[in-house]
Design a protein around this ligand. Sequence first.
Ligand code: ADP
Ligand code: MG
Length: 224
Amino acid sequence: MSLPLSKDAPSGAPPLPFSQLPLAPAVLANLEQLGYHSMTPVQAATLPIALAGRDLIAQAKTGSGKTAAFALALLARLDPRRLDVQSLVLCPTRELADQVTQELRRLARSQENTKILTLCGGATMRPQLASLQHGAHIVVGTPGRIIDHLERGSLALASLNTLVLDEADRMLDMGFFDDIAAVARHCPPQRQTLLFSATYPDGIARLSAQFLRQPEHVRLESQQ
Ligand code: ADP
Ligand code: MG
């Protein structure tokens, strides 16, 4: 059976299979089931770096498959037996946080009992506080609400191993620099930080200088 080309594969470059990556067989089988037969260019460029535990700044346009690029990395490191927050994904809006959560749930199907919680502003506090009491492995949320939970003590990031800043340029446009900085200060210093952005404004360089450790830069333009 011939595999269809990834819809994002640049013309001329052969599509790369996910099986090139150090991913568990169950994860690879789930990707096939989802119809993810090969990596998109941003996935091919970033997953080897992210899976190796390096910090990363990735610049690629909307629709290029950035969610799976960080999701597969953080899921690979997740220990489901420890019910504490091991990954945090910051997103600019509730809508984007919901989309990331949906994609994470699809990609985590092969890893039973993975608990993913979405914590966004605009939603009432009480159900979020109740959910947090049951614990979560992965939290996806907007910066203001995450800070709120950190300050109340309802969210602890002492066990965090991966911090993702998704759509970082949009978060900066929305004035979240200080909130992102405050969240990063609550994270253990030896964590991995993955930053995804469609553009590279000054604020990204400032964030990177303060909160990323010798990041690899990946930039994909006009390919897709
Ligand atoms: P971005 O965050 O870069 O805007 P998304 O992560 O939302 O992009 O992905 C865009 C779409 O591409 C989603 O519908 C997702 O399911 C799909 N997708 C991601 N990776 C692959 C892949 N390797 N093969 C096929 N479809 C993919
Ligand atoms: Mg995205």
